[in-house]
Design a protein around this ligand. Structure first.
Ligand SMILES: Cc1cc2nc3c(=O)[nH]c(=O)nc-3n(C[C@H](O)[C@H](O)[C@H](O)COP(=O)(O)O)c2cc1C
Length: 191
């Protein structure tokens, strides 16, 4: 069983990476394979709305990193999506990935359905709930199962980067608890 964690920040010293990695480390400790994928340094163009993916199970845009990441999403049994909160929303590069992944999957036998996963959002102060909901809507339309935690998977950390995230004891514990529930559900489903 493999879980990938996609971290949407483009910053070198990213808080989001810390939270996603914390969840993945917990899953690894519980015997699952895990892989961290950072969108930093990746090029993900916006969906062009060309609808060519309705005719064939791939995106018509081939000149960026979408196909590789979508392949990893398809191959995984579990998907964690971590995004910084910008203006109370998920960051644009993550939304570009998710729009294209949804359309390729949705129009081609729901390629991502049946997997397990969940969102993590990270903000300095406010806007978590909207961004978290945006990601939840993605999991729902794509037919993934989302386990709960002991709180919403939100991190409180600012421009200080990994140093900030490391101080957010409750946020790190929440994503750890989420990862435990995710492992539990996955072991039941894939037993
Ligand atoms: C353009 C921009 C918009 C932001 N908007 C918000 C916001 O709406 N609410 C908030 O609490 N923090 C906001 N922040 C702060 C980031 O969410 C916060 O620093 C987060 O930890 C960044 O994650 P990262 O280190 O993984 O990139 C914003 C930061 C930037 C650069």
């Amino acid at each position: 069983m493999k879980v990938i964690g996609i971290a949407g920040s483009l910053r070198p010293d990213s808080n989001t990476l810390v939270y996603v990695k914390t969840a993945l480390d917990e899953l690894s400790g519980l015997g699952l394979e895990s892989e961290l994928i950072s969108l930093r340094g990746k090029k993900i163009n916006n969906c062009l709305g060309c609808y060519q993916c309705v005719e064939r199970a791939e995106c018509a845009q081939e000149e960026d990193d979408f196909a590789g990441i979508f392949g990893q999403m398809q191959a995984a049994d579990g998907i964690i999506l971590g995004s910084p909160v910008y203006l109370s929303s998920v960051v644009p590069q993550m939304m570009a990935l998710l729009a294209r992944a949804t359309f390729v999957s949705y129009w081609n036998d729901k390629l991502l359905a049946g997997k397990v996963g969940g969102p993590i959002t990270v903000a300095r102060r406010a806007g978590h709930n909207l961004a978290f909901s945006q990601l939840l809507l993605w999991f729902f339309i794509n037919g993934l199962t989302v386990p709960g935690s002991t709180y919403w998977n939100v991190g409180l950390a600012g421009a200080g980067g990994a140093r900030d995230a490391a101080g957010d004891e409750e946020g790190l514990q929440t994503v750890t608890n989420f990862a435990r529930n995710m492992a539990h559900v996955m072991k039941k489903i894939y037993a």
